[in-house]
Design a protein around this ligand. Structure first.
Ligand code: 11C
Length: 329
């Protein structure tokens, strides 16, 4: 199994390499790919060094799988070129997600949709993945009518420039700004770019991607996405209105039984999910589960996950594992 990692020198790309290694993905050849200025650099994988190649070289090597995390423009241009030589692309950008011909996949939820003809498969947005991991089993059990979500997103979602901005501000130094305002000691109600409707692209992703992944346009999501000076992962305060009443104990059991979810919920001893504990882990953590007494059939919860892992790299590698296990390559 020849695997290309496109964007291998980037923040998500390096987590992709780590996750492939940790999960012992059965690759026979690793092809780290990056932009021309990184060609010739070395990346480490399984105690060996691999030389970074350019996109054209990588296509000519005809990998079975290419996992992309190199931005939407690179995906739009290069994913079809890989697909043409028979490579299955798993793309972490937003470029293909809402295209009706491309599947948008969280393996625990809808990998069963994948077939051998899917050559460009989209990995959902990080804040969508962790939300949907909790919504899916609850939707199956009670039917979800409406979700109100406020996110508290890690600066790693923006990339290395944002991490540098926080470090500079923390150290009291000037430097390049990833955000229009300081992020240290601040909260920005602004993730990704504003749209004409007053929402940001990140907020619209939460609403649109949810409908596509659940395959149900009746599930309405309204979102406010906030950037906070946190590194370990994204957090979400989520209010869910069901079509019918529920038992709180059943909600806890349903979430605990779902693969990839860990319930951390014991207020008596201050147990609840937090990004400092989610960092470096693959699970999605759910806590603060409690009935919303302000209206019927409604529950509140708090969902935290490492946005670079289950929100990006781990989900992509799980898709690759599914394709392999089900002989879909
Ligand atoms: C953030 N969710 O935290 C973004 C990062 O559409 O894949 C990932 C953007 C995307 O800012």
């Amino acid at each position: 199994m020849k695997v290309a990692v496109v964007g291998a020198t980037g923040m998500v790309g390096s987590v992709m390499l780590k996750v492939l290694e940790e999960r012992n993905f059965p690759l026979t050849e690793l092809i780290p790919v990056a932009s021309e200025r990184s060609v010739g650099k070395k990346v480490k994988f399984a105690d060996k060094e691999f030389e970074v190649v350019g996109l054209e070289t990588a296509v000519s090597m005809k990998p079975e799988i290419a996992i992309f995390s190199a931005g939407g423009d690179t995906s739009l241009e290069w994913a079809p070129k890989f697909a043409e030589v028979g490579t299955t692309v798993i793309d972490n950008s937003s470029a293909w997600r809402m295209n009706p011909d491309n599947k948008l996949v969280i393996p625990e939820i809808n990998a069963n949709l994948l077939t051998r003809t899917d050559k460009v498969i989209a990995n959902p947005n990080c804040s969508t993945i962790q939300l949907l991991m909790a919504l899916k089993p609850l939707h199956d059990a009670f039917g979800i009518k409406r979700v109100v979500v406020s996110t508290y997103q890690s600066i790693t979602g923006t990339g290395v420039k944002a991490v540098q901005q926080l470090e500079n501000e923390y150290a009291g130094e000037n430097g390049e700004m990833a955000y229009p305002y300081p992020i240290h000691k601040n909260a920005l109600p602004h993730c990704d770019v504003f749209q004409e409707n007053g929402y940001t692209k990140e907020e619209m992703k939460l609403s649109n991607e949810t409908k596509k992944i659940l395959g149900d346009d009746s599930v309405n999501v309204t979102a406010t996405a906030i950037r906070i000076p946190v590194v370990g992962g994204h957090s979400e305060s989520v209010n869910i209105e069901f079509n019918k009443d529920f038992d709180e104990a059943d909600v806890r059991k349903i979430l605990s039984d779902f693969p990839g979810i860990t319930v951390q919920d014991n207020p008596a001893v201050n147990t609840y999910p937090m990004p400092i504990y989610a960092e470096g882990k693959d699970d999605v953590f759910v806590g603060r589960i409690r009935r919303d007494y302000s209206q019927p059939n409604t529950i509140n919860m708090w969902i935290v996950a490492d946005n670079l892992r289950k929100g990006a790299a781990t989900n992509a590698v799980q898709i690759a594992e599914y394709l392999l296990e089900n002989k879909l390559l």
